[in-house]
Design a binder for this molecule. Structure first.
Ligand SMILES: [Zn+2]
Length: 117
């Protein structure tokens, strides 16, 4: 418990140290966080109009062959690029909407950070 308190108390010092010494680490963490939020927004974009649950099924799936996507198919931005916008299982073309939502979220959150920090 003391260690956790110590970490929380020194969190700002640790972040400042990382920002000064290894800014690329902060950028990668930020990028992963923002892209993940973008991925979730893409999930909302697909499921909410179809009146589907956001938590069930837990994993995203191909709308054509209904195959649950694996971890490697779900890395925001990169999976779309590496799979060349096609489902790994059935080969149907994936709409660019999800990729665009992920990119826009990363850019929008970066602008928010830039403007307010
Ligand atoms: Zn498929």
């Amino acid at each position: 418990m003391d260690n956790i308190l110590l970490i929380i108390q020194n969190f700002d010092v640790a972040i400042k140290f990382i920002a000064d010494e290894y800014p690329i680490v902060l950028f990668i963490l930020y990028f992963a966080f923002a892209a993940s939020i973008g991925s979730f927004l893409g999930c909302c974009y697909y499921r909410i109009p179809r009146k589907m649950s956001l938590i069930n099924p837990k994993r995203s799936f191909c709308p054509n062959c209904k195959t649950e996507l694996t971890f490697f198919d779900l890395v925001p931005i990169f999976s779309y690029t590496f799979l060349r916008a096609k489902c790994r299982h059935c080969g149907i073309k994936i709409a660019p909407t999800y990729f665009i939502i992920e990119i826009l979220t990363v850019v929008f959150m970066f602008l928010l950070l830039y403007l307010f920090l």
